[in-house]
Ligand binder design. Structure first.
Ligand code: FNR
Length: 353
């Protein structure tokens, strides 16, 4: 199957698969405060991710491009929303346009719609330094994402089987690019071991891309005649992955992606230590079901809900959200306990005011 048709199939199957009922964020609870002593207007949501300064901690994560007209139209809508709400936006893998120049327009539309916004390039870990530079130049990107998707490739009928040397190629790219490089998972979660390997080669931003949201094992299985179900429940849940990476490599900036659906999810992800939160599947589904207007309502709702949660907690800035106590239960509690990450350190944090 050609790459263009594959991109469209990924979109179709994402739209078909139902969202999971439960999520690791359900295991995280804030401690209610009855006297927050602030107004909603006092809440600010500016954040920094490494050297990137973002007006909103919510960003539109990598999805598409490289699938002809339909992907131009999706990227145009997403880019317009990114501009309107001052959100950063990553494009889908640009390997498609590096291999077939006719697909460049499907990515270029994002920069065209949002000339001065924060736009992020995306390539796979098979890419060379030259390909990374080409991707960045294509959309005049402010940062570059390199995705790690071994499980997806293994389940993908036409997927890659060669994963050696990825860390060395990432190191070359990090050393030869002058913009921030973000290493991201695509929904199977980043472990502390992976984060340590990446930190040791000079990476300082990681998108933990945890499980609980879009599931690329299931998506690729829908594209197979005979399915490989063994990976359908594989992966580190988003909440646990944030803690894995942040407790082992506290100086890394973490972006949390994987099943984010509400402003409360976002507040929890930020409170666990993330600097920003990526959303992919939810935005794609809203755009498909309810068009630009529906997408905008969702983006607006997420921002409002985040501000409401911060107000209840009496928190005026994202930095302080990372200091409030959190009680962790359920599977996330057991995961962290067995991985030697003390949950008491979250529950007994001292309020910042
Ligand atoms: C993705 N994702 C993705 N990631 C990436 O780095 N490069 C890519 O090309 C794509 N392509 C892609 C297509 C579609 C249709 C979807 C839904 C997603 C993964 C995405 O950035 C994100 O990591 C996961 O989808 C998990 O987040 P959600 O969907 O649970 O919010």
């Amino acid at each position: 199957m050609d790459r263009t048709s594959r991109k469209i199939e990924h979109i179709e199957h994402t739209l078909k698969l139902p969202s999971k009922e439960s999520h690791s964020f359900d295991d995280i609870k804030f401690v209610h405060q009855s006297l927050p002593n602030i107004d909603v207007d006092h809440v600010g949501i500016h954040t920094n991710v490494g050297e990137l300064s973002l007006s909103s901690p919510i960003f539109i994560n990598a999805m598409t491009g490289g699938g002809g007209e339909r992907t131009i139209s999706i990227n145009r809508s997403l880019a317009k929303m990114a501009k309107k709400y001052n959100m950063a936006m990553a494009v889908g893998s640009q390997m498609a346009a590096i291999r077939d120049k006719n697909e460049r327009a499907t990515f270029e539309v994002v920069r065209h719609e949002n000339p001065s916004g924060i736009v992020i390039s995306n390539i796979g870990s098979e890419a060379t330094v030259e390909q990374a530079k080409e991707a960045v130049e294509m959309i005049n990107a402010d940062a570059l994402q390199i995705h790690l998707n071994v499980v997806q490739e293994l389940v993908m009928p036409e997927g890659d089987r060669h994963f050696s040397g990825a860390l060395d190629r990432i190191r070359d790219i990090v050393e030869n690019l002058s913009i921030p490089v973000i290493i991201k998972e695509v929904g199977f979660g980043m472990s502390k071991e992976t984060a340590t390997k990446l930190a040791n080669i000079g990476v300082n931003i990681i998108d933990i891309g945890g499980s609980g949201g879009t599931n690329f094992a299931k998506i690729e299985n829908l594209r197979r005649d005979k399915s490989f179900d063994l990976f359908n429940d594989w992966g580190i849940p988003t909440a646990a992955a944030i803690c894995e990476v942040k407790t082992s490599q506290p100086f890394l900036s973490v972006i949390a992606t994987g099943g984010v659906k509400t402003g409360l999810d976002i507040a929890k992800a930020l409170s666990l230590g993330s600097a920003a939160v990526g959303v992919a599947g939810l935005f794609l589904k809203e755009l498909h079901q309810s068009g630009d207007e529906g997408l905008e309502l969702t983006v607006h709702r997420l921002h409002e809900e985040l501000k409401m949660v911060m107000t209840v907690l009496g928190i005026k800035k994202i930095d302080d959200l990372r200091k409030v106590p959190l009680v962790i239960s359920g599977e996330t509690f057991h995961w962290l306990k067995q991985r030697g990450i003390p949950t008491k350190n979250y529950a007994q944090r001292v309020y910042p005011h």
